[in-house]
Design a protein around this ligand. Structure first.
Ligand SMILES: Cc1cc2nc3c(=O)[nH]c(=O)nc-3n(C[C@H](O)[C@H](O)[C@H](O)COP(=O)(O)OP(=O)(O)OC[C@H]3O[C@@H](n4cnc5c(N)ncnc54)[C@H](O)[C@@H]3O)c2cc1C
Length: 449
């Protein structure tokens, strides 16, 4: 079995298949799994990159049936039953699970791709952190920049990620950077959250939405609802109503679309380019190919589609693996039924909303504790859990954030370059964070701004 993507869905499938002694080749463009829900904490100096990323080889160190290959899958050779990998030999499969996740959707907004910062990978998170802190350093060196509004931070998108990021940025500024920069007028910094619809946290209940809005405003975030971004320029964001905000940093949390791998197979594609799958999560017309998680367009049984959430990917991964095992045993396929366990979003310290499966709705400190616990439980790797716990405890007690480092990838002239090619070759010799940034610069997600 070949699995493309070592995210939530891919790891769950590989673990399940390994238990039943099936040979698995797991392929990912990065050599680590990324725990996306905590990415925003890396971008706002709450956690280290290594706390939310875990080496895939480490996950399967004791499971010799699961082989890992680092590489970017670019397509499928149907005749040869192989997946194509950029710059490497193809890999043959009997069964294939596509679990390549999503990518940022800029909705064709002019300048958004060029001038805003997405938050979808570890290198993205490090770029946000580097740039945010660099703007403060620049303003400290040249106070005239403050008048140019270099300390305006715009977050686009009022979904869970936008709410979490803007809450975390404002806390970083108010509670940490204000104490760090003695000579800088930090009160000039503003965090502006822009949302096209008239509400934050669309999928949540009205009560949770109102709470999130009130909390963000209380923390000092300038929330602008009903505001559509028309253009992102190097030095400002322009709105559809003719207004604009000067800024040197726009975080784009407005939307997602299926990873571009979804477009290579010639199969049906639904909203956001997601791969159309049947009730058994097999791709239409290709019974030996499954698509799971964010990349799949899955009917929710009530006339809608399942959301792109970690639980959908986890459950889909286990289910697809089970169907493969049933094929091997000569048993019929089953219908995928998603068990909704609820949704959560955090707004900042001691503030979150949680809507649980049974209908219970929590907010405030209790919801925040539930959010912390759940994320710790699902985080991959005991070392990471311990490290996150220590970081959170330290941040909570001291209002401090340790990893507020500006660590940019630098060229390494003294290191040998194997070829000009693949990410892993370019990353040789770099530390984990440098490697992450270097790998991305060689990839397609973003370029170093
Ligand atoms: C910032 C952020 C916060 C989020 N917060 C939450 C939350 O609080 N709760 C929640 O439930 N969900 C949250 N989500 C959504 C959740 O993370 C996703 O639904 C989930 O990760 C989907 O799992 P997946 O396995 O489909 O894809 P992913 O976890 O995205 O994994 C996809 C993997 O495929 C790899 N890949 C992609 N293309 C290729 C290729 N061509 N070749 C090889 N490898 C490839 C990627 O490197 C990646 O490792 C968040 C997402 C983001 C971006």
């Amino acid at each position: 079995v070949v699995i493309v993507g070592a995210g939530f869905g891919g790891l769950a499938a590989a673990r399940r298949l390994d238990k039943q002694h099936v040979d698995v080749t797991l392929i990912d463009r990065h050599n680590y799994h990324t725990f996306l829900p905590l990415l925003y904490q890396v971008s706002t100096a709450g956690l280290n990159a290594a706390d939310v990323g875990y080496p895939v080889r480490g996950v399967f160190r004791k499971r010799r049936r699961v082989l890992f290959r680092q590489g970017r899958v670019t397509g499928i050779d149907w005749q040869g039953q192989q997946v194509r990998i950029e710059g490497a030999d193809p890999v043959s499969f009997d069964k294939l699970i596509l679990a390549a996740g999503s990518a940022t959707n800029y909705f064709g907004v002019p300048g958004a791709k060029e001038h805003s910062f997405p938050l979808y990978t570890l290198p993205d998170a490090l770029r946000v952190r580097n740039h945010l802190l660099s703007l403060f350093e620049a303003a400290d060196t040249r106070p005239d920049l403050v008048a140019d509004r270099v300390l305006n931070f715009v977050v686009v998108g009022g979904g869970a990620t936008g709410v979490e990021v803007s809450g975390a940025i404002v806390e970083l500024i108010e509670k940490v950077l204000r104490r760090d920069f003695h000579d800088l007028d930090v009160s000039a910094a503003r965090v502006i959250l822009v949302e096209r619809s008239d509400t934050l946290l669309g999928p949540f209940s009205q009560k949770s939405r109102d709470y999130a809005l009130a909390q963000l405003r209380k923390k000092g975030v300038d929330v602008r609802l009903g505001t559509t971004v028309a253009e992102v320029a190097e030095d400002c964001v322009r709105f559809a109503d003719g207004g604009s905000v000067p800024t040197r940093m726009v975080v784009w949390a407005a939307g997602i679309q299926a990873d571009r791998l979804a477009g290579v197979g010639g199969w049906g594609q639904g909203p956001g380019g997601r791969i159309t799958v049947g009730p058994d999560l097999a791709v239409e017309g290709h019974p030996d190919v499954f698509a799971i998680g964010d990349i799949a367009d899955i009917d929710n049984g009530a006339g809608g589609r399942l959301p792109q959430l970690a639980q959908v990917a986890l459950q889909g991964g286990k289910f697809a693996a089970k169907q493969i095992l049933r094929d091997l045993a000569g048993e019929p396929r089953q219908v995928f039924r998603y068990r909704d366990k609820g949704t959560m979003a955090t707004i900042g310290r001691r503030a979150a909303v949680a809507e649980l499966a049974g209908g219970a709705k929590l907010k405030g400190f209790i919801a925040w504790l539930a959010w912390l616990m759940l994320h710790l439980v699902y985080l991959v790797g005991m070392r990471n859990r311990m490290s996150v716990l220590v970081n959170w405890g330290w941040n909570y007690l001291t209002w401090d954030r340790g990893p507020r480092l500006i660590v940019a990838a630098e060229p390494m002239p003294s290191r040998p370059q194997l070829t000009a090619g693949t990410p892993q070759e370019r990353a040789i010799g770099a530390g984990p964070e440098q490697a992450a940034s270097t790998a991305t610069a060689a990839g397609d997600e973003a370029t170093e701004p």
